[in-house]
Design a protein around this ligand. Structure first.
Ligand SMILES: Cc1cc2nc3c(=O)[nH]c(=O)nc-3n(C[C@H](O)[C@H](O)[C@H](O)COP(=O)(O)OP(=O)(O)OC[C@H]3O[C@@H](n4cnc5c(N)ncnc54)[C@H](O)[C@@H]3O)c2cc1C
Length: 403
């Protein structure tokens, strides 16, 4: 049984993937985590996220959530590229997109929350407004709750991290827009898709529909190329209007998908971006997951990276004892090359996912057509798995207090 570690009271901002995963590991090392989430409740929604290779699976196994994830996995099959009439023109093999295990982001968030809610304090519908650090800790003020004192603070609050803005400075210093926007939401599975999906593309735009939750619903995905847009991130109606304007009159099923969008409660819209910081900690504050090193959705690595990062950050803090600076430094040292590899996997993908001219669109479609037959198809899948496995996990098990 572990003794209570130094720096035991740790505030985590963000209850999506990285935040609850960190709360889980901190708790197992004997820390006392509190998670503050701006949304009024756990957020559902989002696309399917992938785990690939031994490292991801090892972390899930050590957390004891692999079986729960297996139960909810999407079992996605091949995807088809279609023309405006809905006729299949190419098939993309399942392994290209789905990793070794694929699960909806909302389902994963729920599993992580269920695994931690009885052992960590969750504060929904609140956000940090200021952090004042001294030699012994951080005084934190909130939008709603009373001020409190913590030993350390971790920002696991995503691409537009509030903690990063407060402790490191404005977003434009750290976020690199990769030229695309993405929108995702749920609708009924009106095409009767059976563990499969359809994609339709024109230069600069891709619309996709795929079945989810054992075919009981479908996810709609819109990607479009654009330089950075100015819009209010809290104004969902405005974001829906942007998408409607972009996809107006492009054919295929899009009128029906856009109709469904207006009522979708889980609409998600964001830029496809990466986050780059030289150092992920400052004093008693550290960053984790997308807040620190978002590799972009196009890498297929964001969720696995956040989960591995949570495991390493908690383990390094536990190993460092009272010296949180050494813990943060160990975290950075252990993750640096791994993060760089995962971020590299997300670069240059935009022009393949959403080609911006007719020639490139034709070229990409031809590639998808021949993909099932090309001998190096397996090589591409293996290379992604190799990137996802390019870190050696320390056991960090000297003081695990909970089995
Ligand atoms: C609802 C939702 C849907 C998503 N859908 C997709 C998708 O379809 N495609 C994709 O590529 N990625 C999506 N993502 C991002 C994806 O989950 C991450 O890229 C990845 O899993 C890493 O997770 P993260 O926990 O670091 O960041 P995120 O998953 O982005 O989580 C950040 C969390 O912090 C919370 N937060 C933000 N600001 C504050 C604040 N001021 N105070 C407290 N909490 C705050 C957010 O509400 C969120 O719960 C989605 C995220 C969310 C929240």
């Amino acid at each position: 049984m572990a003794t209570t570690p130094a720096n035991a009271k740790i505030l985590i901002s963000g209850a999506s993937i990285a935040g609850p995963a960190l709360a889980y590991w901190l708790r197992r090392h004997g820390f006392t985590p509190t998670v503050v989430e701006r949304a009024p409740a756990l957020r559902d929604g989002g696309y399917a996220v992938d785990f690939r290779g031994d490292v991801h699976l090892t972390v899930l196994r050590r957390m004891g959530i692999l079986a729960a994830i297996e139960r909810e996995r999407t079992h996605m099959g091949d995807m088809s590229y279609v023309n405006a009439a809905g006729k299949k023109i190419a098939t993309i093999p399942a392994g290209m997109f789905s990793g070794d295990i694929e699960i909806l982001r909302g389902d994963l968030a729920r599993i992580l929350y269920d695994a931690t809610k009885d052992h960590a304090e969750y504060l929904f519908d609140d956000s940090i407004t200021a952090m004042t650090e001294d030699d012994d800790g951080v005084q934190v003020t909130f939008e709603r709750g009373a001020p409190r004192r913590f030993d350390l603070v971790v920002g696991a609050d995503g691409l537009h991290s509030n903690v990063r803005a407060l402790a490191f400075g404005p977003e434009h210093d750290y976020v690199e827009h990769l030229g695309l926007y993405t929108a995702i939401f749920t609708m009924d599975n009106h095409l009767g898709l059976d563990h499969t999906g359809r994609m339709y593309g024109l230069p600069g735009k891709v619309a996709a529909l795929y079945s989810a939750r054992h075919n009981t619903e479908a996810k709609v995905m819109f990607h479009f190329g654009s330089p950075p847009l100015t819009y209010d991130r809290s104004d969902v109606a405005q974001q829906k209007k942007i998408v409607a304007r972009m996809f107006d009159g492009i054919g295929w099923e899009t009128p029906r998908l856009l109709d469904a969008m207006w009522d979708a409660p889980d609409f998600y819209f964001d830029s496809v971006s990466q986050v780059h910081l030289d150092i992920w900690s400052r004093g008693r504050v550290a960053l984790l997951g997308d807040a620190a090193y978002c590799p972009s959705p196009l890498s297929g690595m964001g969720t696995g990276l956040a989960m591995v990062g949570a495991y390493v950050l908690a383990g390094e803090l536990a190993a460092a004892g009272a010296d949180h600076s050494a813990g943060f430094a160990g975290y950075q040292q252990a993750m640096r090359h791994y993060v760089a590899g995962c971020q590299k996997a997300g670069q240059g993908v935009a022009k393949w996912m959403v080609p911006d001219n007719r020639l490139m669109t034709w070229f990409v479609n031809q590639n998808y057509r021949v993909m099932p037959y090309i001998p190096w198809k397996g090589l591409m899948v293996r290379s992604i798995r190799k990137t996802a496995s390019a870190i050696t996990l320390k056991p960090y098990d000297h003081d695990l207090s909970v089995a």
